[in-house]
Design a protein around this ligand. Structure first.
Ligand SMILES: [Zn+2]
Length: 363
């Protein structure tokens, strides 16, 4: 480990810690993090950001799968959507990439209105997205399981992504049933985009999945851990009587778990800003609040069902606070850390972090 690696490791630790703060106090985020950290063997946010940096080039299309429709109002939630919009902006700034959101039809209005807030032109026609600068795409994905393969085929015949990122996207369990957080059957409400996800993974496309419970795309990567410790996950524990549990039957190569999925995505974006040495990549606090407000006014709801701007029960102040701390911790490292000649060398000589890193290595 050298000075750069030590700094990168600790910036990653900061971002992982911020995305797993647990104001609710029941600890699900910490349970998930223990599993995904052991699985990854390194800070999750930094590992995912490094994977993106290793893969993406100018004009590369990136799919972002999001949009969880909630009971009882049958309306999509803010978590996943807010960070997906801001991630589109981050990918354009970092790589000049071509982000394309794939979501249920219910989310279209919010996506199109929020695109303006993050400064991107939005088109449903993928060819226009590929042609024009500062643009993003949106594609509504079917809720009919029988049509999901055909639509996946149709989309991929138009555009082949270099990466796919799912953020709070519903995933069916091994029996094909989609569940909400407490184990109710929400199959008819959700887009079947996990079909497209599986196809892209099978083709070897870089994939990153962000979740906050276990019923989201990608969470099968830490299957044993979730089945053991997360409520409603083990077979027979769901409330719908399907005989399964809420665990999504989709794996991922890069997992991020956080208190709410949006925080996990902000952590990854902050890590990207660090690696690219460009703090603009992570949006400012004002834009966070503005996207939340516009999403709410376009009909998106908080986890609680409220139409006031909220992500999994956290208001604009809490979310801008998390973004603010991520910004400040990352910007500090970029500006000042390397000036600290007195500390990096002597700390490295003692070897603590080599031992710590080995301790979290897989196997
Ligand atoms: Zn069930």
């Amino acid at each position: 480990m050298d000075r750069n690696e030590l700094e990168k490791y600790n910036v990653g630790e900061n971002l992982d810690a911020l995305m797993t703060l647990d104001p609710r106090g029941y600890g699900v985020c910490r349970i998930l993090y223990a599993g995904s950290r052991a699985h990854t063997g390194a800070p999750l946010t930094m590992a995912a950001a490094e994977a993106l940096c290793g893969e993406l080039k100018e004009n590369d299309p990136v799919f972002i799968l999001t949009g969880f429709v909630l009971l009882p109002h049958r309306v999509p939630e803010m978590d996943g959507m807010v960070s997906s919009m801001l991630l589109c902006r981050a990918l354009v700034l970092a790589f000049n990439a071509k982000p394309i959101i794939i979501c249920p039809e219910d989310s279209l209005e919010a996506v199109e209105k929020c695109a303006n807030v993050v400064g991107l032109h939005i088109y449903r026609d993928v060819r226009t997205v590929m042609e024009l600068p500062l643009s993003m795409g949106v594609i509504p994905f079917t809720k009919d399981a029988k049509e999901a393969e055909a639509q996946s085929e149709a989309i991929l015949s138009q555009v082949m992504p270099k990466a796919v990122i799912s953020i709070e996207a519903p995933g069916a369990n091994a029996l094909g049933v989609y569940h909400n957080a407490v184990g109710k059957d929400v199959t008819e409400l959700e887009a079947k985009a996990d079909v497209l996800w599986k196809r892209l993974r099978a083709m070897g496309v870089l994939n990153i999945a962000i979740g906050d419970l276990g019923n989201e795309i990608g969470m099968d990567a830490i299957k044993e851990h979730i089945l053991r410790y997360i409520p409603f996950a083990a077979p027979g524990e769901c409330a719908c009587g399907c005989g399964g549990g809420i665990l999504a039957d989709t794996e991922t190569d890069h997992i991020i778990t956080a208190t709410c999925s949006d925080w996990g995505c902000y952590g990854m974006m902050a890590a990207l800003a660090y690696l690219k040495q460009n703090m603009d990549i992570l949006h400012r606090e004002e834009m966070e609040a503005e996207v939340m407000r516009v999403a709410a006014r376009s009909g998106m709801i908080d986890m609680t069902g409220s139409l006031l701007p909220g992500i999994d029960g956290f208001n604009t102040r809490m979310n801008t606070g998390v973004v603010s701390m991520m910004r400040q911790c990352t910007a500090y490292a970029l500006r000042y850390s390397h000036n600290s000649d007195h500390w990096f060398g002597p700390v490295l000589e003692k070897g603590f972090f080599e031992a710590a890193e080995r301790g979290t290595q897989r196997g």
